[in-house]
Design a protein. Structure first.
Length: 384
């Protein structure tokens, strides 16, 4: 099989417009309620604003608003801001590190695009919640669980994408504490979550005295395998860290993580859910990983010198081209997502997963696919 054909500018425009049409169809279903983390038989159940993934659907709404400036998207996005503001003030299921996933695409985006003060205040409260999970001994943001509990004294690779909320909060408030904690967590993560070959651990445990412990998995196939979405978070998260800090360590980490990711890809550039496997294994794909990495590549193309960035953009266009041609939902219908064949959580003999969202649409996969298209169609000011 040949490599995918890079998506052209005109094709990206058409794919983005198709995505906007799907978002418009879904507005009535997911404005008073939120969108579940993954589809069930191709359709997203509506849910309360309680999941860690609820921020991605409002992010799609704001991307659609940027594309069209249609007041219907603005109205729906602001209605969800009200929901997110209530959630953080009432502390509804926020005892975890996913404040960036929740509040960057929902409230930071809303504030950037509309100046809505309620969105700004909600995002700052979310940043406060995130820094409350910082463990000075070991210098990391604890992922979940009771603070300081030995069985939960850990962080996960995903947290790199929560840190832009802290950099934003420092800029908005003038308080350096947010950015300082983001930098300290990043240093700990890059020292421990990334293996020498550039692959990543999903979870890393620290000892209570602050020394590094050991890497594990909760969502990959096994502890020493290569969970695709975790590798994607590592790619995108490290180049975002480079944008904020300019530190060579972050850029080197991005390049190593990306190189490992590329060596494990099948011909169509969309990995299986764990990169231990190839498609002939029969294991399901995870299209969301390809969308996340494409965004990381386009971020690299944005912040690195043009001669270097052009190659990253070419790779991203190939990945997005593959998604648009072979993974995009073919016909917009109420309740469906944007890209098929995502994997939220697949049980294995070696992990602790509850199996759900296997070979389905995923809310973050849809968002990052739409973000990648937006990056290709406009000089986009990132929410992250």
């Amino acid at each position: 099989m040949n490599r995918p054909v890079p998506i052209t500018g005109a094709q990206a425009q058409a794919a983005l417009d198709k995505a906007v049409e799907q978002v418009r169809l879904n507005l009535p279903r997911y404005t008073k309620k939120c969108q579940h983390h993954s589809s069930v038989n191709g359709v997203y159940p509506a849910c309360k604003n309680e999941e860690w993934t609820c921020g991605f659907w409002p992010g799609e709404i704001w991307l659609a608003y940027e594309r069209t400036r249609d007041g219907a998207f603005r109205q729906a996005g602001l209605a969800l801001v009200d929901s997110f503001e209530r959630r953080i003030r009432r502390k509804v299921k926020v005892a975890h590190h996913d404040m960036g996933f929740l509040y960057t695409p929902s409230c930071v985006a809303a504030y950037k695009l509309t100046g809505e003060e309620k969105a700004r205040q909600a995002a700052i409260l979310a940043a406060d919640q995130l820094v409350s999970r910082f463990q000075p001994r070991g210098e990391f943001i604890q992922a979940w669980g009771r603070m300081g509990s030995p069985i939960n004294y850990r962080f996960i690779i995903d947290c790199l994408l929560n840190l832009p909320l802290l950099y934003w909060a420092s800029r908005e408030t003038g308080e350096e504490k947010y950015a300082d904690i983001a930098k300290r967590h990043t240093a700990t993560c890059m020292a421990n979550s990334f293996r020498p070959d550039g692959s990543t651990y999903h979870t890393f445990y620290m000892r209570k005295d602050g020394r590094p412990g050991h890497g594990r998995t909760c969502q990959g196939y096994k502890d020493d395998s290569f969970w695709a979405r975790g590798q994607a978070w590592g790619v995108y998260g490290s180049i975002l860290s480079y944008r904020y800090t300019g530190e060579s360590k972050a850029l080197d980490t991005f390049k190593r993580a990306l190189e490992f990711y590329l060596t494990r890809l099948p011909d169509d550039l969309v990995p299986c859910w764990d990169m231990l496997f190839q498609p002939d294994s029969g294991e399901p794909r995870d299209s969301s990983s390809a969308a996340i990495v494409a965004c990381g590549l386009l971020e690299a193309a944005r912040v690195l010198p043009p001669g270097e960035g052009a190659e990253y953009e070419r790779l991203a266009r190939e990945m997005v081209g593959s998604l648009a041609a072979d993974y995009a939902v073919p016909v917009p219908m109420k309740g469906t997502g944007l890209i098929l064949h995502g994997t939220y959580s697949k049980k294995s003999p070696y992990n602790t997963c509850f199996p759900e969202g296997v070979d389905e649409c995923t809310s973050w996969g849809d968002f990052y696919y739409m973000e990648a298209l937006t990056r290709l169609c406009a000089d986009w000011d990132p929410y992250w």
